[in-house]
Design a protein around this ligand. Structure first.
Ligand SMILES: NC(=O)c1ccc[n+]([C@@H]2O[C@H](COP(=O)([O-])OP(=O)(O)OC[C@H]3O[C@@H](n4cnc5c(N)ncnc54)[C@H](OP(=O)(O)O)[C@@H]3O)[C@@H](O)[C@H]2O)c1
Length: 329
């Protein structure tokens, strides 16, 4: 294959540290796709909180330095390796993983992490699918065993994973409650599958959720900030309820006795631990959702590649999420 240019702009990280270690370089060599790889011209790349943990060096898995962050891109196939038959130059695609990093004008990806991008979705929406929707699906079904007719509280529903969880749960027949930190966020989640929305910045919002669920409580909680909410979650669950620990930024004190009276489960979720079979099951469900029209990512803030430092600061420090954050190379 032959790329039209042989160098590109890309973000490179040479040392772990604060957002300032994200360096924009203009002379990064565009890689050649080999074997089962494809080369994608990146139109948008999702920014996920995990990329800030990895960049800081505090995450359990550390890439070899230097590296380019980013797993969830959407773009157009520029070239394919000699064993690739599923894609050809010009195809619109999105990824759930990359080989060379997505914060760049071009990225290499293994063909089994690449999926056709429906005309129903634009590139920014395509870049919002990977980690958020796979995590939401895993939390709800592969780990949470959610069933139609059950109720779910998406605790932190206005961000990438939260909107995905609301859409998937609603489409699969669950009763969906969600929380956000602003009026705008609450309206957003109501438009994306939630039957009811609550504001997690309001002092008495837990009481309001209790009032709404009555004596019964919710069957499942998808928790984005366990270090703040876990103890309250145990009060909100129904008998045999389960809280899915998706996000956690520190320790928390709970009384384990609270799990006994209703035989509750606290279940950790790690997308990284999904097996190949689970990844395929999830991808099939998401592609069905796109075809059916209920999977429609909601994109919030957008940053050009040169503002990646600000994007990393904002995804951790800003409140008032409005859907998925994306970078536009
Ligand atoms: N376990 C895994 O495999 C896995 C995979 C993906 C993501 N995650 C984690 O899941 C979390 C969410 O990821 P994301 O991509 O959705 O991030 P995001 O787009 O930045 O969204 C963060 C969400 O957290 C909400 N939030 C803020 N304060 C909250 C509170 N007190 N209680 C409940 N929610 C609160 C935000 O609401 P407002 O801004 O409206 O206040 C927003 O909805 C992150 O911690 C991320 O690291 C884990």
């Amino acid at each position: 294959m032959a790329a039209t240019r042989n160098v590109m702009r890309a973000i490179r990280v040479f040392e772990f540290g604060g957002p300032e270690v994200l360096k924009l370089q203009s002379d990064v060599v565009i890689p050649d796709p080999k074997g089962n790889q494809v080369l994608i011209k990146v139109h948008a790349c999702g920014v996920n909180p995990v990329e800030t943990y990895i960049r800081s060096g505090s995450y359990a898995r550390k890439p070899a330095l230097p590296y380019t962050p980013g797993t969830d891109v959407a773009g157009v196939i520029e070239g394919v390796g000699e064993h690739v038959t599923a894609f050809k130059k010009g195809d619109r695609v999105f990824t759930t993983g990359t080989v060379s990093g997505g914060y760049a004008e071009y990225t290499l990806a293994a063909a089994d992490r690449v999926f056709p991008l429906s005309d129903k979705l634009d590139f920014r929406q395509g870049a919002a699918i990977g980690i958020p929707y796979c995590t939401a699906y895993r939390a709800l079904f592969q780990k949470g065993r959610a069933k139609a007719g059950e109720s779910v509280l998406v605790h932190g529903a206005s961000g990438g994973v939260g909107i995905a969880a609301c859409q998937i749960a609603r489409a699969c027949g669950l009763k969906v409650l969600g929380t956000a930190g602003t009026e705008e966020g609450m309206n957003l989640i109501l438009r994306n599958g939630a039957h009811q929305a609550f504001n997690h910045r309001e002092a008495n919002y837990i009481d309001k959720i209790k009032e709404c669920t009555g004596m019964e409580g919710v069957d499942i909680i998808i928790e984005m900030l366990s270090n703040v909410n876990l103890a309250a979650d145990l009060q909100l669950l129904a008998r045999a309820g389960r809280v899915m620990v998706v996000g956690c930024r520190g320790p928390v004190e709970i009384n384990p006795r609270d799990t006994m009276s209703k035989e509750l489960s606290i279940i950790g979720v790690s997308l990284f631990l999904a097996t190949e079979e689970e990844r395929q099951e999830c991808a099939a469900a998401l592609l069905d959702g796109i075809a059916a029209g209920w999977l429609k990512p909601s994109v919030g803030s957008e940053y050009p590649l040169e503002r990646v430092v600000k994007a990393h600061e904002d995804i951790i420090n800003s409140s008032g999420a409005r859907g998925k954050m994306v970078l536009l190379p």
